[in-house]
Design a protein around this ligand. Sequence first.
Ligand SMILES: Cc1ncc(COP(=O)(O)O)c(C=O)c1O
Length: 449
Amino acid sequence: MSAAVTSVDHAQLDRDHVWHPFTQQQAWVEEEPLMIEAGAGSHLLASDGRRYIDGVSSLWCTVHGHGHEGIDAAIAAQLERVAHTTMLGLAHPGAAELAGRLVELTPTGLSRVFYSESGSTAVEIALKMAFQFQQQRGGQHARRTSFVHLRDSYHGDTIGSVSVGGIGLFHATYRPLLFPTHAAEPGDAADLERVLAAHEEEVAAVIVEPLVQGAAGMITHPPGYLRAVRELCDAYGVLLICDEVATGFGRTGTMFACEQEDVAPDLLCLAKGLTGGYLPLAATLATERIYEGFLGAPEEHRTFFHGHTYTGNPLACAAALASLDAFESERTLERLQPKIALLRELLDELERMPEVVEVRGRGLMSGIDLGEHDPALRMGHRVTLEARKRGAIVRPLTDVMILMPPLSISETDLRNLVAILAESIRAACASAYETTAAALTSAELQRVA
Ligand SMILES: Cc1ncc(COP(=O)(O)O)c(C=O)c1O
């Protein structure tokens, strides 16, 4: 690297020019950004020379760790061949092989794979497919134009996926832009039945995050709920879309969350961990019945008119194939089970802390709820900064601390991560209320004066 490059003040450039996702920039520019320069296993290395445990798998996607030899090599080998070629009018071996592997791995009945690049687009595609499928069935099915989703759900941030989302903080502003939907109470099959009965014959599909609603703060559904959702969809002739963008690829302890209730959806959305967390790739899987609903002569215009420039990018497909290989050769799911048990044990202890209201989650997906605090205290953010001081990267959803380490994390790192989180929660709560107490005292003093 040349001296000119090393002397660049990246932090200043970031403050001056970068607009970060889901970030209030006014607060962001007041802090020193942590610049990540490298990754190794479950650790991230920053420009401050320190090493941090990646407690959130770089936003829920790193599976086998950073710098995985097999995935690195697969991407390098693909790079020797071609970095990108379009799937509009052409095919390539990686996308074909990956589609075959995904069909084999996912619940029975899903036989067709449509690629895109993010969880949001995987959902957007599922919604459009469900809608168009019902339109093309014709007759009274063409009246099936709306969707049912769960309250507090998160399916991405494009306009379609926001329409089926339910997180007020993220979604309320865009209401006027969204298409109308029907919301059901998470985990309550009777409520879903009520919604379906009230809108019988106008619903195209129900969309759910199976077992765990991640962005809602790791809200879990009771056992049997997902199965009940499948049965209700069948009873009301409605398609079921399972969004496994967060839960897929081992996060809940099985390859896919749907397996735990023996549920096969009509449409399945995958992203995040699909490439082991390396590159942007997503897939929407559909049943043969849905796929056949789009067949016809070109002039009939039953085509699925959707596709992006980087759809099915070959480098990303190579990474995904290598990640699936790693699941097999490293027995990732088998070796995950003792870590899940350990995490549960550690979090049981954490839940006894007076600062913690509730711990929720499945597998390695966990949410540590710190309860209600004045939003101005930014409690979740305070904990994040305290954890950073102690060598761990965590990210809150408001005041719910999320832990979702890579599946490859060692037991030692897992113990350290939870210990750091416990200390950070304690420190953040103490400092927040010391400051508040001090502020109150000085205000009171001023009043008295
Ligand atoms: C369940 C679920 N669906 C969709 C998405 C959107 O994925 P992306 O951020 O890749 O667009 C997320 C992201 O967290 C998610 O948790």
